[in-house]
Ligand binder design. Sequence first.
Ligand code: BMA
Length: 340
Amino acid sequence: MNQVKLYCGALPGIPWQEPPAASNSPLWRCTENPIIGRNPAPGLARVFNSAVAPYGEGYIGVFRGEQTDGVPFIYLGRSADGIRWTFDGEKIPFVNEKGEPFLPPYAYDPRLVKVEDTYYIIWCQDFYGASIGMAKTTDFQTFTRLENPFIPFNRNAVLFPRRIGGLYTLLSRPSDSGHTPFGDIFLSQSPDMEFWGRHRHVMGKRGDHWWENVKVGGGAAPIETSEGWLLFYHGVTGTCNGYVYSIGGAILDRDEPSKVLYRCKTFLLTPEAWYEERGFVPNVCFPCATLQDSATGRIALYYGCADSYVGMAFTTADRVVDYIKAHSDLSPEDGELGVR
Ligand code: BMA
C-alpha cells in the first residue's frame, strides 16, 4: 500500500525495473543505461539532457541533439516503451504565431510539460545572451513559439504541470553567461504564459552541503504528491578538475511552492557509472524529466550523462519521499516564502 499519493494519471506501461537486491539507495540505475548512446541518428553526435512524456500508445520526447557541427538543437523522438527511441531527422520546426519559421540559433536542455491540453517545450537559447525559450504544441506537428519569459541570463526553466492559485508556475535559474559559477532556483508566475511576475526565491546553493555548494538548478517538472511537490534538481560542486553535477531531491509546499518543506542533505545520485564519469563533459548527472504512475507510485527519471548520453533511474514515491524526509536539512532561507 503506497503511503505517498501521486496526483497524476495511471501509467501502467511505465518503464520499470525493481531495485537491485539489498540496495537502499533512493534511485537505482536502469540496467540498459545508457539508453541512448553516441551518434544515435545521422548528423547527431550526442543526445543528452532531454525530456519525455506519455503520448498516444507510447511516449514522445524532446531531445538535446548535439549536431556534428557542435551546435545543439532540439529534436523530436518517439518510443513505444520509453527506453528505445527513434529520432526525427530534422530539427523541431518552430514557427511564430503567423506560422512562419522561427528557429533560434541554438537550443539546449529542453523540458516537456503538459498543462491542461497543451504541451509546453521550454529550453535554453540565445536571446542576446543565454535565456529561456518556449513553445507550445497540442499535436506535435505545429510548434508555436511563445515570447521568451525572461531577459538574459537565465537557464533551467521548469514548468509545474498545473496552475497553482490559477497561475502558471515556472522555476528558473537566473545567472550570468557561460558556465555560471553561481545560481539559485527562483519561481515566477503568469496568468497567460506571457507576462511573468510574483518572483520568489525557492532555494540556493548550500555551502554546508558540499555536493551542491556552487549552484543548483531545476531538473524534472515537479511531481505533485500528498507530501508536496517532489522536485528532482541538479546540484553542482567544483573540483580542481571541473564541476561535478549530482541529482538532488526536495519537496515544496503544494500551495506556496517557493517554500521548501524538505531538502535532502545528501545527493540522490552522483556520477559513478562509466557513462556518467566519462564523456564530452565528465561527471555530469543532469535530470530533465520523469514519468510516474499513480497506481503503483513508480517513478522513472531521465537524466543526461556526461553531456554524451541519456540514462534512466527508477524509484518509488514512497522510497524517495521517505529518503528525502529522513535526510532533510533545511536552512532558514529554504523555508521562507522568498520575498525580500
Ligand atoms: C550546464 C549546462 C548543461 C550541461 C552542464 C554540464 O551549464 O550547459 O547543459 O549538461 O553545464 O556541462
